[in-house]
Ligand binder design. Structure first.
Ligand SMILES: NC(=O)c1ccc[n+]([C@@H]2O[C@H](COP(=O)([O-])OP(=O)(O)OC[C@H]3O[C@@H](n4cnc5c(N)ncnc54)[C@H](OP(=O)(O)O)[C@@H]3O)[C@@H](O)[C@H]2O)c1
Length: 241
């Protein structure tokens, strides 16, 4: 049972048979071939109003120009900023170092009719120049944590401020691994493609940045479907402790 103060989090990903989601050196090993099936399975998931991705994935929606940030010209309080927006759907992008630049404050996904309001996830250590930049672009941001992201706080703000009931966590591995480490992945929806990457540096579905004790989380299989192109769609729910 999901905590009523948090959104229900479904980690929706595609992987090789050996659980890899990318080549590990920026080489895409699956998307082109299986993206249609990935969105098809996403569309069959329970109703959802939010998506969350890491900084590298967000780059594909960002401006291609990486201009320097304007100097700080006013006082910036390091608190959540909700910009004016009409959208009822949300894209949460992790960018705690303030690397991405934006041309607009909404994102259009090919399989979703309506645009998503862009919300950047930052921490108290994110440069204030970046917060000023986001405000000037009418882009929302949520502040969660001092140096590293405080995921319980982040998801609680997402539920409270954006009224998100169900959120799709769509990687990559560091982001998924951090949310897993916070014990907040309620479901896993995995499109397994008939490939093997066979490479240690290739990124796995869940990655932890630092060496920590083994922490196995149990899931129960709730559905399995044979899909086109030799794929299998697996759906798991977190097992009751
Ligand atoms: N197969 C699939 O279904 C699938 C889905 C999504 C993505 N991918 C692939 O996965 C690869 C990487 O994806 P990604 O960028 O979305 O995510 P990621 O590998 O989890 O993280 C990439 C960056 O996002 C920021 N980040 C992630 N977790 C963070 C945390 N807990 N705290 C602070 N910052 C965090 C960091 O940015 P900084 O470096 O700026 O600190 C990090 O280097 C890409 O090659 C993408 O194509 C595959």
């Amino acid at each position: 049972m999901t905590n009523p103060e948090l959104p229900h989090i479904i980690c929706h990903m595609m992987s090789t048979i050996d659980g890899k989601i990318s080549g590990g050196d920026g080489v895409d090993i699956m998307s082109d071939e299986f993206f249609g099936l990935y969105t098809e399975t996403e569309d069959m998931l329970p109703p959802h109003t939010a998506w969350m991705c890491g900084r590298v994935t967000m780059q594909m929606f960002a401006s291609s120009q990486t201009l320097p940030l304007p100097v700080l010209s006013r006082q910036i309080e390091v608190t959540d900023h909700i910009a004016q927006h009409e959208e009822k759907l949300y894209m949460f992008g992790i960018d705690t170092k303030g690397k991405l630049r934006w041309d607009k404050n909404s994102i259009k996904l090919s399989n979703v009719n309506n645009p998503l309001h862009l919300v950047i996830v930052v921490t108290k250590s994110t440069p204030k120049e970046y917060l000023q930049y986001l405000q000037d672009k009418n882009i929302s941001y949520l502040v969660a944590g001092d140096e590293s992201i405080d995921f319980p706080r982040l998801f609680s703000s997402i539920k409270e401020k954006m009224e998100v009931e169900t959120l799709l966590l769509e990687g990559g591995g560091l982001l998924n691994g951090s949310v897993m480490a916070a014990d907040m992945v309620d479901e896993i929806s995995l499109l397994m493609t008939p490939k093997v990457a066979n490479r240690g540096i290739a990124q796995s579905l869940f990655e932890r940045k630092i060496e920590e004790p083994l922490d196995v989380t149990n899931y129960e299989l709730i559905d399995v479907k044979k899909m086109a192109k030799g794929c299998v769609w697996l759906q798991y729910m977190k097992a009751l402790q």
